[in-house]
Design a protein around this ligand. Structure first.
Ligand SMILES: NC(=O)c1ccc[n+]([C@@H]2O[C@H](COP(=O)([O-])OP(=O)(O)OC[C@H]3O[C@@H](n4cnc5c(N)ncnc54)[C@H](OP(=O)(O)O)[C@@H]3O)[C@@H](O)[C@H]2O)c1
Length: 163
């Protein structure tokens, strides 16, 4: 079982201004619709504590898992490695995992070699500085599977990760 990364970027390449900045305010309705549909298809999502703190509720219709040291009421919390988490979810009948950020968790899954697909939406927005998709040096080759307009101003690309 593999995981996919799903993220929204500004046109200058940032996922957020800082680790407490919610994506809800600047991403488009089309991106939110794509995110909801694709993550519901997976049925299970994982995110880091900082991302969860910007929303503080599970995503409806998707099993929500948060990387955190302390429990959150009503939420599955994990400290498992990406490989261990994927093995566990496979045993529980899931077929794919949606990795929903932020930079720390995207990087952890990418470094572990557990990502086979990356969905990036690019929004018509600039931050100048901010958080990038990954926060450590890494290298991977990608194949562009599809690219197109998601809405009037938003571009969606799907990449396959080549290992
Ligand atoms: N544009 C987008 O598509 C998008 C998507 C998602 C998130 N974001 C943004 O990304 C930002 C957050 O990114 P981030 O890198 O700061 O944080 P993050 O990845 O959301 O969470 C990182 C935190 O999770 C906890 N954690 C990670 N691995 C763990 C492990 N193995 N065991 C226990 N706890 C673990 C740690 O919390 P402690 O340090 O407290 O232990 C760590 O600091 C927010 O601004 C959010 O809005 C943007």
């Amino acid at each position: 079982m593999k995981a996919f990364i799903i993220a929204a970027l500004t046109a200058d390449g940032f996922i957020a201004k800082n680790s407490t900045h919610t994506p809800l305010g600047w991403t488009s309705k089309e991106d939110k619709q794509f995110f909801a549909g694709r993550t519901k298809e997976a049925g299970v999502v994982v995110m880091g504590k900082n991302t969860y703190e910007t929303i503080l509720r599970p995503f409806p219709g998707r099993h929500t898992i948060v990387y955190a040291a302390q429990p959150y009421e009503g939420i599955e919390v994990t400290q498992k490695s990406p490989q261990e988490l994927l093995e566990d979810l496979e045993k529980r009948g899931f077929k794919e995992l949606a990795v929903c950020g932020g930079s720390t968790v995207y990087t952890m899954f990418m470094e572990a070699g557990c990502v086979d697909t990356i969905y990036l939406t690019v929004e018509p927005h600039l931050f100048g500085t901010g958080m990038t998709l990954f926060n450590k040096e890494l290298e991977a080759k990608l194949e562009l599977i599809s690219v197109g307009k998601l809405g009037e101003n938003t571009v969606l690309s799907e990449y396959k990760v080549l290992n």
